[in-house]
Design a protein around this ligand. Structure first.
Ligand SMILES: NC(=O)c1ccc[n+]([C@@H]2O[C@H](COP(=O)([O-])OP(=O)(O)OC[C@H]3O[C@@H](n4cnc5c(N)ncnc54)[C@H](OP(=O)(O)O)[C@@H]3O)[C@@H](O)[C@H]2O)c1
Length: 310
């Protein structure tokens, strides 16, 4: 198979090409060369592909996306209608994201930042003991990442629920589904963790209406996409004491502008889109495994349903 690697943002494209060549010695892997001759690649491995890729590689059948989310890719006007998109399925990101959510929940529930502050004054004072039943976690999204996040919290005996489009079951978690399941899910949730894909249906889902249905003194962890959050509604909910705080990894405009009020807000923790980073070794292993399966004529998982947008 003829495979082309194209990425607008990756600083080490040669390393990816080399790793793919090693994993797929019987295939041709090359780095896309903008402005070069028309190519005959059937497969692209890409992250934020340059728009010109599609005109220069007219025979592409599959695009392997170097991430789990495909919202930006699907919005590209140049994307050929018949091109099949294969997204990254976990690839080592789910565990990272579960850690991210756990870190911020523990910080709130066990007061580790407060102890750090107290240490500066040599102050010996215990925050009241953790009662897990007071911290019901609700995970929006029960896919590769949501299920991993939910399983971690459930293993640690937090009450956990997941909410998905179809009401998908996750062991150890109460499952809610669809628009009709959302109010019940929010009403039992104090720590809201978002790992939904960004689609027309989920855009703006983290809004005033949702916040008003959560348990009092709720906490928001958004690791999915900035487009899920109505930023002004978050600021109002914090001001009104509806929410106690938020940990945000993703933003409508990235990098988050220096003048943005989130940076200086005492109840908001900002991280620069690092909750789950793509790991080269496991990603190449997954993509190579799927390309070999395709060559054997086998079906592969992770093909994006372009009408559902995920
Ligand atoms: N911050 C980061 O570093 C980072 C890293 C990786 C991924 N992400 C984000 O995480 C997202 C999730 O990734 P994933 O691999 O877990 O995706 P996935 O396996 O496709 O799972 C998506 C889940 O969302 C549910 N869902 C989709 N549309 C819905 C709707 N309208 N209402 C309710 N539930 C809906 C799906 O429901 P069904 O189960 O019923 O289909 C599924 O459970 C990605 O799209 C990406 O945006 C962020």
């Amino acid at each position: 198979m003829d495979i082309v690697f194209a990425s607008r943002h990756d600083g080490h494209p040669e390393q990816w090409v080399q790793a793919l060549r090693q994993a797929l010695p019987d295939d041709t892997v090359r780095l896309w060369d903008e402005g070069g001759a028309k190519g005959a690649a059937q497969v692209a491995v890409a992250w934020a592909p340059p728009p010109a890729l599609f005109a220069q590689e007219p025979r592409l059948e599959y695009l392997f996306n170097l991430g789990a989310g495909v919202d930006t890719l699907l919005r590209m006007p140049e994307l050929p209608a018949g091109l099949r998109i294969v997204r990254l399925e976990d690839g080592g990101m789910a565990a990272q994201m579960a850690e991210y959510a756990l870190y911020y929940l523990l910080d709130e529930a066990r007061g580790f930042s407060r102890y750090a502050e107290q240490q500066k004054q040599a102050r010996w004072h215990r925050v009241s003991a953790l009662q897990r039943e007071e911290w019901p976690v609700g995970v929006m999204g029960a896919g590769r990442i949501g299920a991993c996040v939910a399983r971690l919290f459930s293993t640690l005996d937090y009450p956990v629920a997941v909410w998905s489009r179809t009401g998908r079951a996750v062991e150890g978690a109460e499952a809610f589904g669809g628009a009709e399941g959302l109010p019940g899910f929010l009403a039992r949730t104090r720590v809201l963790v978002n790992v939904l894909p960004l689609t027309e249906e989920t855009r703006g889902i983290l809004c005033r209406e949702a916040f008003s249905q959560l348990k009092p003194d709720a906490y928001l962890i958004n690791m999915a996409r900035g487009g899920h959050l109505v930023e002004s509604d978050l600021l109002t909910a914090l001001e009104e004491g509806r929410l106690r705080g938020a940990a945000l990894d993703v933003f409508s405009h990235e990098p988050l502008p220096a003048s943005h009020p989130f940076w200086a807000h005492p109840r908001i923790r900002v991280t620069p889109h690092v909750a789950g980073v793509t790991l080269m070794r496991s990603t190449v292993r997954q993509i190579a495994g799927k390309i070999r399966a395709m060559a054997r004529g086998e079906a592969i998982s992770g093909i994006v349903d372009r009408t559902r947008q995920y």
